[in-house]
Design a protein around this ligand. Structure first.
Ligand code: ZN
Length: 72
């Protein structure tokens, strides 16, 4: 189980922003998520396994736009 840098949003379900420690669900991506900006800034991470639970276990919080239910 781990968090690892990624430079692509393809082939994964969840993408994290290591700068804000927020996790996004790509199947429900919204413009407000700024996924491309996260990738361009080099802040994108993926989770192994690629699940919301794994993101939470690593301290990532739900994006308000594509997941909702922020815990912060
Ligand atoms: Zn989002």
């Amino acid at each position: 189980m781990s968090v690892t840098p990624t430079n692509s949003k393809y082939g994964i379900n969840y993408l994290g922003n290591k700068n804000t420690t927020e996790v996004h669900r790509l199947a429900n991506e919204k413009p407000q998520c700024q996924i491309d900006e996260i990738l361009t800034a080099g802040n994108a991470v993926k989770f192994i396994p690629d699940t919301l639970e794994e993101a939470h276990n690593n301290g990532y919080d739900n994006c308000a736009y594509c997941i909702g239910g922020s815990r912060r």
